[in-house]
Design a protein around this ligand. Sequence first.
Ligand SMILES: Nc1ncnc2c1ncn2[C@@H]1O[C@H](COP(=O)(O)OP(=O)(O)O)[C@@H](O)[C@H]1O
Ligand SMILES: O=C(O)[C@H](O)[C@@H](O)[C@H](O)[C@H](O)COP(=O)(O)O
Length: 166
Amino acid sequence: MPYASTNCKKIVIAGVSGSGKTTIGLELAHLLDAEFVDADDFHSPEAIAKMAAGQPLEDEDRVEWLSALGRSLAARDRSTVLACSALKKSYRDRLRELCDGLTFVLLTAETERLRERIEERARGGHFMPSSLLDSQLETLEQGDDMIVIVNVGPPEEVAARVLSGI
Ligand SMILES: Nc1ncnc2c1ncn2[C@@H]1O[C@H](COP(=O)(O)OP(=O)(O)O)[C@@H](O)[C@H]1O
Ligand SMILES: O=C(O)[C@H](O)[C@@H](O)[C@H](O)[C@H](O)COP(=O)(O)O
């Protein structure tokens, strides 16, 4: 069914740490009158501690997390915006396996802008250190299965660009 004719929209806002998934995802959820879900809330305490200690997650750290996210998306009967890194194609495919009709949007920005944003956010107490940005960028598999939106400009304008792109 064409995207515009479905009542229940499920959109995954993907990207590396600091790309703006939460910020833009919240704005988009507002525009769509959708629920907003943050995949960080589904990481185990061990996974959060690992990242906070500067160690990148590995495939096996993401298996249960992706399954829980896919099940949670599938169970929702309201439109939903999920902020989820979904860095590898196989991770996105796992989410697609568990929930039909997902649309993926990849947020990007220049590396130095990402680093500055992560550092600024870390000063406010966020657990994710900027030292993990390089591994996030190495892990990211950008593919034609995602709509790419550059996250530069006021968040409400970026969210409006996402909306017209999906
Ligand atoms: N378009 C934007 N303009 C200015 N700052 C932004 C923008 N998007 C995100 N940020 C800031 O960058 C930081 C990282 O954004 P966040 O949404 O937490 O990213 P993610 O969820 O992808 O890790 C936050 O401090 C946020 O306020
Ligand atoms: O798969 C991963 O390695 C994580 O999901 C990671 O990509 C994510 O960035 C962290 O959970 C921090 O959260 P933020 O994306 O909000 O920085």
